[in-house]
Ligand binder design. Structure first.
Ligand code: FEO
Length: 406
C-alpha cells in the first residue's frame, strides 16, 4: 500500500491490519486500519500514529513523501494504544518541535509513556495553529470515547480528522467511502457505533448539535479506523444523529442460550407469537452469534427478550458475559422481558430481569419460567408472551406510554 493523497499535500500514511479478529471483546472479522495523516506545509505535521507493531509501515509511508526528520509537529488526537503504541519510537526518530494534544491528552500521555520532556503543546478548544498555507483548528471531544479525545480540522481543506469517531473496523485496500461496498461500510459503521459509542450517545448528540451550530463546512471526515468519508460525509453524520437517540425500528430481538433445547423451544414459541402479530424479529442464539454482532442489532431494536436456562443457581456463562457487555454499553429506549427453563432452583429469569431493570429497560412481563421441558400449555404461554411484546410495541408506535411491570 502506498500513501494516498486526500487533498493537496494531505496524505494518508497509516497501516492496514488484516489480522486482528478481536478488539478487546469486539469481533473484527474484517480486520481494521490505523489511520495516520501527513500534512506537508511550511510546518510539516503528522496527525496520529499507529499501533506499535505497525510503526515500520507508518514510517515507510512517510518516507515515500518526505524525510521523517522533517516533521515539525505531531498531533495526538487520542492516546489509546492502537494510535499511540508506536509514539515513543516515532518521537525519538522524528524529534518533533511540538507534540500537540488536549489537556487531558497531556495527562494521558504522561501516564502512558512517562516522558516529562517531550515538547508538549497543549491546545485549548477552538485554538488555531498556522502551518503556513494551511491552518489547523482543534475541537475537544472529551469522552468520544476517551477523556483525551479531540478532533483536528484543516480550515482551508475542510477536512476533519475525527480520531475514533465516524470510524469502522474495516481493513481494505480502499481508502475512501465511495470505493467500498456501501452495505458493508454501513454495517461496520453501525457495529462500531454500537460497540464503542452507544454509552456516549448523549455526548454524540451534543457534538452533532455543536457542529451544526458552528456551521463547520465539512468536505471530508478522516477517522482513525477504516475508510475516509470523502463522497458523502453527511451520510455518517446523519447515521450518528439517528443512533445517538436510540430510536428503535419497532422490532424485537430474542437473545438466548440453552442447555438441553427447552429454552430454545420457548424462544421459538415467543417468535411465533411475534410473527402472528406481524412484528419483525430475530432469534439470536449466543452459541452462534458473537456478543458484538448481537449488540449491533440491539442498537436499533425496540424490544429485547432474553432467554437462559439456569445453571448452578445462576446464568449460563455466555448470557452472563453478554449481560455484562450490554450493561457497559447502556442501550436505552428498550422494552424488556425474560424467559427460561430450569431444573430445581430457576434463578436465571430473576437475574435477567434484575439486569434489565438496572439498565432501565421498560419491563413488560414478570418473566416466564418452565421446569425442565415445556409442554404445549407452556409453549402457548410463550406465544402469548410474544403477543404481549407485540402489543407493547404497537402502543409505543401509537405514542402511548408503556409502563414497566412491578
Ligand atoms: Fe481506536 Fe480508542 O482507539
Amino acid at each position: 500500500m502506498k500513501p494516498v493523497e486526500l487533498a493537496k499535500n494531505v496524505y494518508w500514511v497509516g497501516a492496514i491490519d488484516w489480522l486482528t479478529r478481536d478488539f478487546h471483546g469486539y469481533s473484527t472479522k474484517r480486520g481494521t486500519t490505523y489511520n495516520a495523516y501527513l500534512i506537508v506545509d511550511e510546518k510539516i505535521t503528522l496527525i496520529d500514529t499507529v499501533k506499535a507493531p505497525y510503526r515500520s509501515e507508518l514510517m515507510h509511508h512517510i518516507r515515500a513523501i518526505i524525510d521523517p526528520k522533517k516533521i515539525d509537529y505531531l498531533v495526538v488526537n487520542h492516546v489509546e494504544m492502537d494510535h499511540s503504541g508506536s509514539l515513543p519510537e516515532v518521537v525519538k526518530e522524528i524529534e518533533p518541535e511540538k507534540v500537540i494534544c488536549s489537556k487531558m491528552g497531556h495527562k494521558a500521555l504522561l501516564k502512558h509513556f512517562h516522558q516529562e520532556d517531550w515538547p508538549y503543546h497543549i491546545v485549548t478548544p477552538g485554538e488555531e495553529l498556522s502551518l503556513g498555507e494551511k491552518t489547523l483548528n482543534f475541537l475537544e471531544t472529551r469522552m468520544l470515547h476517551w477523556p483525551d479525545s479531540m478532533f483536528t480540522y484543516i480550515k482551508e481543506d475542510q477536512i476533519v480528522f475525527s480520531s475514533d469517531a465516524f470510524g469502522q473496523h474495516l481493513g481494505t485496500s480502499e481508502r475512501f467511502d465511495d470505493e467500498v461496498n456501501q452495505d458493508v461500510l454501513m454495517y461496520e459503521s453501525t457495529k462500531y457505533y454500537a460497540n464503542i459509542l452507544t454509552l456516549y450517545s448523549p455526548i454524540v448528540k451534543k457534538l452533532i448539535a455543536q457542529i451544526e451550530e458552528m456551521q463547520l463546512p465539512i468536505k471530508m471526515i478522516a477517522p482513525d479506523h477504516g475508510v475516509i468519508w470523502r463522497k458523502n460525509p453527511g451520510k455518517i453524520i446523519d447515521a450518528y444523529s439517528r443512533w445517538c437517540v436510540n430510536e428503535g425500528k419497532g422490532n424485537a430481538l430474542i437473545i438466548y442460550d440453552t442447555m438441553w433445547e427447552s429454552t430454545r423451544k420457548m424462544a421459538k414459541a415467543i417468535a411465533e407469537g411475534l410473527q402472528e402479530k406481524g412484528v419483525s424479529y430475530k432469534l439470536l442464539d449466543l452459541q452462534v452469534n458473537h456478543r458484538s454482532d448481537v449488540m449491533t442489532d440491539v442498537l436499533d431494536a425496540s424490544a429485547v427478550i432474553l432467554g437462559c436456562s439456569t445453571l448452578n443457581n445462576g446464568l449460563l456463562p455466555r448470557m452472563a458475559g453478554f449481560l455484562m457487555y450490554m450493561r457497559g454499553l447502556r442501550p436505552t429506549n428498550i422494552l424488556g422481558a425474560a424467559f427460561g427453563s430450569f431444573g430445581w432452583s430457576g434463578e436465571a429469569v430473576k437475574l435477567m430481569n434484575k439486569s434489565m431493570q438496572e439498565m432501565k429497560f421498560t419491563m413488560i412481563h414478570k418473566g416466564l419460567r418452565v421446569q425442565y421441558v415445556p409442554e404445549d400449555v407452556h409453549l402457548r404461554e410463550c406465544v402469548e408472551l410474544g403477543h404481549t411484546v407485540a402489543e407493547a410495541l404497537e402502543d409505543l408506535k401509537a405514542g402511548k406510554e408503556v409502563v414497566s411491570v412491578e
